[in-house]
Design a protein around this ligand. Structure first.
Ligand code: FE2
Length: 157
């Protein structure tokens, strides 16, 4: 089992590598908001365990084993972020919290969140229940309940 911190490093290195094509210590320090000296320390440990290759002047590259974990963590991140955005969490918060939750959940939970995200995104039209959810967030009233109440009143009159 990798620590949460180690997972964050592999995830960050994967993203930097994909964006820039290479990764330097300072890129990781910037991405994770930590001191370069801490990055060197951690990267050396990840190198010892076979997750990255670190050469002082060439920077850091992921080994296949490290890349596999980086991709898995990033996959969990994007799934959770998409879910949080569906339930109307603002993007910066969704991104920040996804990076916390991504380390904690059981695979089955992630799978079901992924299913929900895919289900919502594959709907041909914007789902009515989500429209109702937005109204509910803003007013505290479920539109269906309101409609039913109105319907009842109409039938009494
Ligand atoms: Fe993350």
């Amino acid at each position: 089992m990798l620590s949460r911190k180690a997972e964050d490093y592999l995830e960050a290195i994967l993203n930097i590598e994909e964006k820039k094509g290479y990764t330097r210590i300072k890129d990781i320090a910037l991405a994770l908001n930590v001191k370069p000296s801490s990055v060197v320390e951690m990267v050396k440990r990840l190198d010892d365990r076979g997750f990255v290759n670190y050469r002082k002047y060439d920077g850091v590259t992921l080994t296949p084993k490290g890349a596999e974990i980086g991709r898995a963590v990033w996959g969990r991140h994007t799934t959770i972020r998409a879910f949080l955005e569906i339930i109307k969490v603002p993007e910066p918060t969704a991104d920040k919290d996804a990076c916390i939750i991504e380390h904690e959940l059981e695979p089955k939970t992630i799978e079901q969140i992924r299913n929900l995200v895919d289900f919502v995104k594959s709907a041909p039209d914007y789902p009515q229940w989500l429209e109702h959810f937005e109204v509910f967030c803003n007013t505290g009233v479920h539109p269906c309940v309101e409609e039913k109440r109105k319907g009842k009143r109409a039938s009494v009159v």
